[in-house]
Write a protein that binds this ligand. Structure first.
Ligand SMILES: Cc1cc2nc3c(=O)[nH]c(=O)nc-3n(C[C@H](O)[C@H](O)[C@H](O)COP(=O)(O)OP(=O)(O)OC[C@H]3O[C@@H](n4cnc5c(N)ncnc54)[C@H](O)[C@@H]3O)c2cc1C
Length: 531
């Protein structure tokens, strides 16, 4: 069903789709799945690979947002807690609960943060993942081996969710496809088709062959994350003035080190860093993820690099909270994501937009923005991974209100198991067959199930997993496999570079053409380089 030639054939068929989505991150895929589940005819194009943008670079927390709680944004926390619950229920093989410990070093911290987290429990209600508990100093040391014990004065344990972001995105794509949507990676939207001032479709280009296609659609959704302004720029009459951008990107850096720096099964939350934000140390797929930062950025690099002060900041904070502090040479991978923060929304005013209600300020999800232009182009950006599903409902609601789609009831994805949905193992463990859920047997049935290309404990990456990525998960090149089907690039970039040739050879056999490794090795070098 996901054979590329067949998908491209469907793309070339003359027809009018109900909905065309640009962007295959959490937001676009969420919209495509929701629309397909409501029975709409949906096509989605992603210029690179699913989750190549911000959606593979999150801290991997399915969470209500302790930070928003501290800011008093109760509605947003409640909404995210509901969505956290849906994520864990619909894809338990790639989304699970995770215990967090917040260590206290000042006398008031334990009581202060503990009360806040009790409120977090109360907001979650029956969707809570475990009760918040006050911990003694001894308990904190037991649960967080490796924590800085000097000055420690107890702590608090609470529960949240954790997931594999890129694999989750892939499951959204495949589940949408199973519901009839045409989802294509490595196909870029190059232009909008406009008729009498209304957006009526897209011009897209297959990145592999260069072939262009024209797609007709009644409704077009621009879900391109930090890149939404480039698509909005396509939506204007010849000679019309350019619109001011709405996105101000802010970058977040993560550093990955070995689990030995904090070997327990709990994550650590620093509630207030030296610059007043939160910082996490999270066990994930056999490693420890440290992050993140929040640094405004002027450009929209596809592979942004960290700034020296961001790396110094994360290592400095880790040194305050971990007894054996990781050093620069301990970093196995560094990855950087861009947050699509929305600016100028108000200044833009009704000009060029739907004068009635240009902006969705839905009380419960103030973090994301939906704009319906006068031309009917629907732009959605902001929000967070955890709320992708409710964002999708909001987008479809706006499309229907605007008459771009016929009205059909929502709520269809809240309990909609994703492909492979089956009880999973803790995501703190090294990656392995458990991430495939009910599809694990299908992976094992492929050639090379016993040939390990990379090993970590009982897990790792086998030849069969690479074959599965190409045959069933739409992987087209080495990066698709090692960055987003397997997460090895994000876990240990040097190891990813080491096995790149083996992976390329298997992809070559599957696709009947050579797969490039030079580009991937250069990328892996970037993921090991600290400024
Ligand atoms: C550092 C960091 C940590 C985060 N941690 C968390 C977390 O722990 N939990 C959480 O809930 N949220 C987290 N978030 C937020 C979350 O990651 C984002 O809100 C979410 O991934 C945004 O998804 P998106 O689909 O809108 O954007 P993207 O994932 O960037 O998707 C947009 C896609 O559009 C594609 N595209 C662009 N132009 C075109 C075109 N012309 N044609 C076709 N395709 C195109 C891009 O290639 C890209 O894949 C974090 C964000 C950052 C930056």
């Amino acid at each position: 069903m996901l054979d590329r030639a067949t998908l491209l054939q469907r793309l070339a068929e003359p027809r009018t789709w109900d909905l065309a989505v640009i962007g295959g991150g959490a937001t676009g895929l969420g919209v495509a799945l929701d629309a397909a589940a409501r029975g709409f005819a949906v096509v989605l194009v992603e210029s690179h690979d699913f989750a190549k943008g911000t959606s593979s670079r999150a801290t991997k927390l399915a969470h209500g947002g302790v930070r928003y709680l501290a800011q008093g944004d109760i509605g947003l926390v409640r909404e995210a807690l509901r969505e956290r619950s849906a994520m864990l229920a619909n894809a338990p093989h790639v989304a699970q609960r995770l215990p967090f410990v917040m260590p206290g070093y000042r006398w008031w911290e334990r009581a202060y943060y503990g009360s806040g987290l009790k409120a977090y429990d109360a907001l979650a209600g029956r969707r809570g993942l475990g009760a918040t508990e006050w911990l003694s100093t001894r308990e904190v040391c037991q649960l967080l081996p490796g924590v800085q014990t000097q000055g420690l004065a107890g702590g608090v344990r609470y529960w949240d969710g954790q997931f594999d972001d890129a694999r989750f995105a892939l499951l959204l794509a495949r589940t949408a496809a199973a519901r009839g949507a045409l989802v294509l990676n490595h196909v870029e939207a190059r232009d909008l088709v406009r008729e009498r001032g209304q957006v009526r479709g897209l011009v897209v280009r297959d990145a592999e062959t260069g072939a262009e296609h024209r797609i007709a659609a009644n409704c077009v959704v621009n879900a391109t994350g930090v890149w939404v302004d480039a698509v909005r720029a396509m939506d204007r009459e010849a000679g019309a003035p350019a619109r001011p951008p709405i996105v101000a990107p802010s970058q977040g850096v993560h550093l990955v080190v070995e689990r030995r720096f904090m070997p327990g099964s709990h994550a650590l939350l620093v509630p207030k860093t030296a610059d007043g934000r939160v910082l996490f140390a999270v066990p994930w797929l056999g490693k420890l993820v440290l992050g993140t930062t929040d640094t405004p950025r002027g450009d929209l690099a596809r592979e942004p690099s960290p700034f020296a002060d961001e790396v110094a900041f994360i290592l400095g904070e880790a040194a305050r909270y971990l007894a054996a502090a990781p050093r620069r040479e301990d970093v196995r991978s560094v990855w950087v994501g861009l947050r699509p923060l929305v600016k100028h929304a108000r200044e833009e005013g009704p000009a060029g937009e739907d004068g009635r209600s240009s902006f969705s300020t839905k009380a419960l999800s103030r973090e994301h923005t939906v704009i319906v232009g006068r031309s009917g182009l629907v732009t959605v950006t902001g929000g967070k991974w955890t709320t992708y599903r409710s964002m999708a409902e909001d987008v479809l609601d706006r499309c229907m209100t605007r008459g771009l789609l016929p009205r059909r009831p929502g709520g269809v994805t809240e309990r909609l198991p994703l492909v492979g949905s089956a009880p999973g193992r803790p995501l703190a463990e090294p990656p392995g067959l458990h991430l495939y859920g009910s599809e694990a047997a299908a992976v094992q049935a492929l050639p090379g199930a016993d040939r390990w290309l990379w090993r970590d404990g009982a897990g790792g990456l086998t030849e069969a997993m690479v074959r599965f990525a190409v045959r069933h998960e739409m992987a087209r090149d080495v990066e698709d496999v090692l960055a987003r089907r397997s997460r090895l690039l994000f876990l240990d970039a040097a190891e990813a570079a080491r096995i790149a040739d083996d992976v390329a050879a298997i992809i070559g056999e599957e696709l009947g053409r050579a797969a490039d490794t030079a580009g991937f090795k250069a990328l892996a070098a970037q993921y090991t380089r600290l400024p």
